[in-house]
Each structure stands twice: as structure tokens, then as C-alpha cells.
Design a protein around this ligand. Structure first.
Ligand SMILES: Nc1nc2c(ncn2[C@@H]2O[C@H](COP(=O)(O)OP(=O)(O)OP(=O)(O)O)[C@@H](O)[C@H]2O)c(=O)[nH]1
Ligand SMILES: [Mg+2]
Length: 485
């Protein structure tokens, strides 16, 4: 019985999938139809690939360069134009009923985005700067803020300086300069935080505090060390001591005795205040424009996310429709190769349709190739195998159901189609957040995404509820219930 319908049943699903991949010219292992031994090898390879991926992810690599070049007003305006285009698209794509119903929640959101756009523009002309002081615990942030406010800030009254608590606090979006305080060579987590700040478009100044705790020679080598680490980041480093430890002073008296007392050295802040003077006097407008650009970009992102949420509402029913078509055809088809051709055709259709929802045009040729690549990934990562087994055992627990031959195939095909659909939506959404020149529709790079979507769905009652839905949607399997009763 099983041999007649080998598609997606246990390990045989794998060989059938490989057969298909061969048909569409995508044999991942160059083996075509496989026997039992090579099948095991393929499964093992899938596992190996997974292990390998896990390992290579564990090391943190700092990306460079991230520094921001000079910003002009036109760049901010251009980004705001994009926000407006995105809002127009959103409105344009609204279902007719929402388009006319101005009380709908989406219109409040659109209005909110427009107000923020006006605010960004208005803020470009301000004179007051905002500095946020960040850094690890007890590096001297409070002492520094206090010192600056007592002295340096008196000459720059329009300026505000705030200390952020916590080692991962994110500065307010209207922060013009982040003053990052460290008290030693930068740790990996500090570097990551710096990198995050730069990626988010903040201008950063580094203050290396507690110089008094170091011998003069060490001082220099640590400063150099820090500068080397920051080479690609264009971040300036200033060595300071906001509250040097008291030093013991011995004074020889006229009578020959020695008097010993502790003296509090003056704070060493000049290095930093010189630099801050320069920034406030010469770079103030740049700092404000950089903040404006960052705000405009944040607005572009949140607007694109609004658009994506709207698009997802159209995309999900498409995925659902396709998954039941895939399930139905896999269940009904007498020939495994036909089932598989059907499922690739369905996935290709999904690429075209979902692409269209997310504003990406794919030819049928491109879509077929993409579907082949995705099928290849599913096999290579062992996901066909895993889900077929998992769904098979869930089906067995449906005691009321007499599971006819083909039920596992049907449910699995539907499930795989759903996972592919969800991954594509995720992929298109992520791409939409990138600048057009950075968008890359390389479907072969969707492996991690497929893995995590499978993982997320497998947890909890995901599979169980999917099987219940499948039994309701695949009529032939549903009928078999009466056979059992
Ligand atoms: N030796 C030395 N100690 C300093 C210096 N600056 C600050 N300290 C000391 O470091 C400790 C922490 O200083 P704070 O200014 O409270 O540091 P902080 O970063 O605000 O600390 P949290 O807000 O708790 O994270 C205090 O005991 C300060 O006296 C310095 O230049 N040299
Ligand atoms: Mg503090």
C-alpha cells in the first residue's frame, strides 16, 4: 500500500522530493532517485548542514564601516518623500470599504505618520542640542554629567545632557550626540552596543574615564587599543578622569618630621570639553541634520511596517487557499511524481502572487526556479522528513479518524506549502525594509528563515491544530471519519 503511494510517507517522501528536484533540474546531491542507503546519507547530510549552521552563528563579527557621512537637508527631505510615497501606496491598496470609512483605525495611523513628518521638518531648524550619556555600570556617567553641568554647560545653556540607566538602554530618537563612557578597554558587549548605536544612525563620542587608575604607560597602550578597535567606526576617543582617587602627599617639616595627608586631585576633563566645544560650535547643524535623517528613516520604517501589515491581510488568505489545493492534490493524485509537480507549480504560483502583493514582479520562469530552490532547501534541511513524521504521529492520535493512505501525504503537502508561504511573506517583508538597491531576492538564502518558521509552528499546539484544520478542509480525509465510526 505504502509502496504504491510513496510520496511523503516516512523517508520515502524524501526520495520522491529528490525525484522532483531532479525533474526540475535542481537535484541537490546530484543523485536523482535514491535508494535506501543514499537516503540515509541525505538525511544525515541535512543534520550535518544544520549543525554546521548552528556553529557558524555563534561568533560575533563586527561589521564595518558603519559611520555616517555628512548629511544635508535634501537627504532628509528625500527620505520624507519616500514616507509619503509609502503612505500613498498604503491608501491606494486599502480595500474599498476602508478607503471610504475615515473612522477606521488605519486612517488615524496615517494621520499620525503625517504629523510626525511635519515634526521632523520643523525640528531641522532648532538650535538646542540633546546629549545622552551611556555606558556600563559605574563607569562615571553621573560624575561626568555633574561636572559638565557645573562648568562647561554654563557656556552652552541651550544644551541638555541626560544620563541613561542600564547597559542596553536606547537613547531617545531625538538624541543628537551619544556620549559613551568606558573605564577600561572596550569589552565585546560595549563594542556591540557601539555598533548598534552607529547602525541606528547615532553620532557617538567616546570618553575613556578613570585615567588615574592606570599607570601612564598602560594608559597610552589602552587608548591605542581602543582606537584600533574603533578604526572603522570614525569615533573619536578622549581620555578623562572625572574623579581621580585621592593621592597621598608627604611633606617634610622644618623640624625633620614628615607630615602625610591625602589630596584630592583636580578632575581631568579638558580633552573632552575641547572636543565638545568643537562639536557644538562647528558640527551643531550636522548633528541636528543627522538626527533629522535618523527620525525620517525611522518614520520610513514604521510606515513600511504599516503597509506590510496591510499587505499581510491580503497575503494570508492566498497562502491558505494554496495550502489546501496542495493538500488536496497530493491526497488525490495516484502518481507521486504528479503530486510533486503539482506542489512545485503551487509554490511557484505563491511566489508570483505573494510577490505581487509585496510589489515584486516575478516571471513564471523565475518563480519556477525559486520554487525549485525552496524544495531543494526543504529537503536539504530535512524539513520534509521532520514534518512528515511529526504530522504522521499527530494524525495517529486522532483516534476517531481512520487514516486512509494518502492522508499523511495530503496533510504534509498542505503543511509544507503553508510553511513556504509564511517564509515567503516573512522574506518579502524583510526585503521591503531595505533600500531598493540592497534588496536581493535570493531564495537560496531562505534556509534559516524556513528553519525558524518550522520551529515556531512545531512548538505548542501548532501541529495539532493544523491537523484538525486539514481534516476539515480535505474532504476526502474528512469522509474517512465516517468509515471509522
Ligand atoms: N578612580 C576614579 N573613580 C571614579 C572616576 N570617576 C568616577 N569614579 C567613581 O566611580 C564610581 C561610579 O561613579 P558614577 O558617576 O556613579 O558612575 P555611573 O556610571 O553613573 O554609575 P551607575 O549610574 O551606577 O551606572 C564612583 O565611586 C565614583 O567616585 C575617576 O575618574 N577615577
Ligand atoms: Mg549614574
Amino acid at each position: 500500500m505504502q509502496l504504491k503511494r510513496p510520496i511523503l510517507v516516512g523517508g520515502l517522501g524524501l526520495s520522491a522530493s529528490l525525484c522532483l528536484l531532479n525533474l526540475v533540474g535542481h537535484s541537490p546531491l546530484g543523485l536523482g532517485l535514491m535508494d535506501g542507503t543514499s537516503l540515509m546519507a541525505a538525511i544525515a547530510l541535512g543534520g550535518f548542514y544544520w549543525l554546521f549552521k548552528q556553529r557558524s552563528n555563534s561568533e560575533v563579527v563586527l561589521e564595518a564601516p558603519l559611520a555616517i557621512g555628512p548629511v544635508d537637508r535634501a537627504a532628509v527631505e528625500k527620505t520624507l518623500d519616500k514616507v509619503e510615497i509609502c503612505l500613498s501606496k498604503l491608501i491606494d491598496e486599502l480595500p474599498t470599504q476602508l478607503k471610504t470609512d475615515k473612522t477606521a483605525a488605519i486612517w488615524t495611523k496615517v494621520e499620525g505618520q503625517r504629523q510626525k513628518m511635519a515634526q521632523v521638518l520643523a525640528n531641522l531648524d532648532r538650535a538646542a542640542l540633546k546629549i545622552s550619556v551611556v555606558g556600563n555600570k559605574a563607569t562615571g556617567k553621573t560624575t561626568l554629567v555633574q561636572l559638565l553641568s557645573e562648568d562647561w554647560q554654563q557656556a552652552h545653556r541651550e544644551l541638555s545632557i541626560v544620563e541613561l540607566d542600564g547597559e542596553s538602554a536606547v537613547p531617545a530618537v531625538d538624541t543628537d550626540l551619544v556620549l559613551f563612557v568606558t573605564a577600561a578597554d572596550l569589552t565585546q558587549s560595549e563594542l556591540l552596543r557601539l555598533q548598534g548605536l552607529l547602525r541606528d544612525g547615532y553620532r557617538v563620542q567616546l570618553a575613556f574615564n578613570k585615567q588615574d587608575q592606570m599607570a601612564p604607560l598602560d594608559r597610552q597602550s589602552v587608548v591605542q587599543q581602543i582606537q584600533t578597535r574603533l578604526e572603522n567606526f570614525e569615533i573619536d576617543v578622549r581620555a578623562i578622569a572625572t574623579k581621580p582617587n585621592p593621592v597621598k602627599v608627604r611633606r617634610h617639616q622644618a623640624d625633620g618630621s614628615v607630615e602625610e595627608f591625602a589630596e584630592q586631585p583636580e578632575p581631568q576633563l579638558n580633552n573632552l570639553t575641547e572636543r565638545l566645544d568643537y562639536l557644538v560650535e562647528k558640527e551643531s547643524q550636522q548633528l541636528v541634520l543627522t538626527t533629522g535623517l535618523r527620525q525620517a528613516k525611522a518614520l520610513a520604517k514604521s510606515t513600511q511596517e504599516l503597509l506590510n501589515a496591510q499587505r499581510r491581510k491580503r497575503a494570508m488568505p492566498m497562502v491558505e487557499q494554496m495550502q489546501w489545493i496542495a493538500g488536496g492534490s497530493a491526497f488525490a493524485s495516484p502518481l507521486p511524481s504528479l503530486d510533486l509537480l503539482a506542489s512545485t507549480a503551487i509554490n511557484a504560483q505563491l511566489v508570483v502572487d505573494l510577490g505581487a502583493v509585496y510589489g515584486q514582479k516575478f516571471s513564471l520562469e523565475q518563480a519556477k526556479k525559486a520554487a525549485g530552490t525552496l524544495a531543494e532547501l526543504l529537503v536539504k534541511l530535512g524539513l520534509v522528513e521532520l514534518s512528515t513524521q511529526a504530522l504522521g504521529s499527530v494524525l495517529k492520535t486522532h483516534a476517531a479518524t481512520y487514516v486512509v493512505g494518502g492522508a499523511v501525504q495530503g496533510v504534509s503537502a498542505a503543511y509544507l506549502t503553508r510553511m513556504v508561504g509564511l517564509s515567503l511573506i516573512d522574506f518579502f517583508e524583510e526585503q521591503s525594509l531595505l533600500a531598493p538597491e540592497k534588496q536581493r531576492f535570493v531564495f537560496g538564502e531562505m534556509g534559516d528563515r524556513l528553519q525558524s518558521i518550522f520551529q515556531a509552528t512545531k512548538q505548542g499546539a501548532g501541529l495539532q491544530s493544523f491537523v484538525s484544520q486539514a481534516l476539515a478542509h480535505l474532504p476526502a480525509i474528512g469522509q474517512s471519519k465516517t468509515v471509522a465510526a
